[in-house]
Design a protein around this ligand. Sequence first.
Ligand SMILES: [Zn+2]
Length: 155
Amino acid sequence: MIQLKKNQRDEIARHAERDYPYECCGLLLGSFEAGGLKSISEIYPISNAREEKAKRNRFLIRPVELLRGEQYASERGLDVIGFYHSHPDHPAVPSHYDLEHAWPVYSYIVVSVKSEAAGDLRSWEMESDRSTFTEEEILAVTQTVSLRRGGEASS
Ligand SMILES: [Zn+2]
């Protein structure tokens, strides 16, 4: 189970819409809690469609970018707990390519974008035998009082 705050969900959605029709991707920073719960503290965007390279990237995070993200996380006492990426005009279900490039334990959030509007957002974990992804429950958390007032303009 992964805990996702509403503003974090909006951040992922906005990133996905910004990079449409290309895939966006980024890191989920947070902590591994007791009982298999993951808690997201921060969304760490990586891709940007304005970079020519990102157009062909299919959820490809270069090692140097991952390293930078891990360093950023550790400076804040956080871990990389997963990844997110978008599926422009495709459902929020991991592809065969995603499976081939995944690691166990991490969460893989996939958000579907249709006609520039982010839709379904689902989280997945790869089975330890690497055979398939299993959907992971998302625990939606409302944000803090100070943020709640202006946080409704999502799409
Ligand atoms: Zn994918």
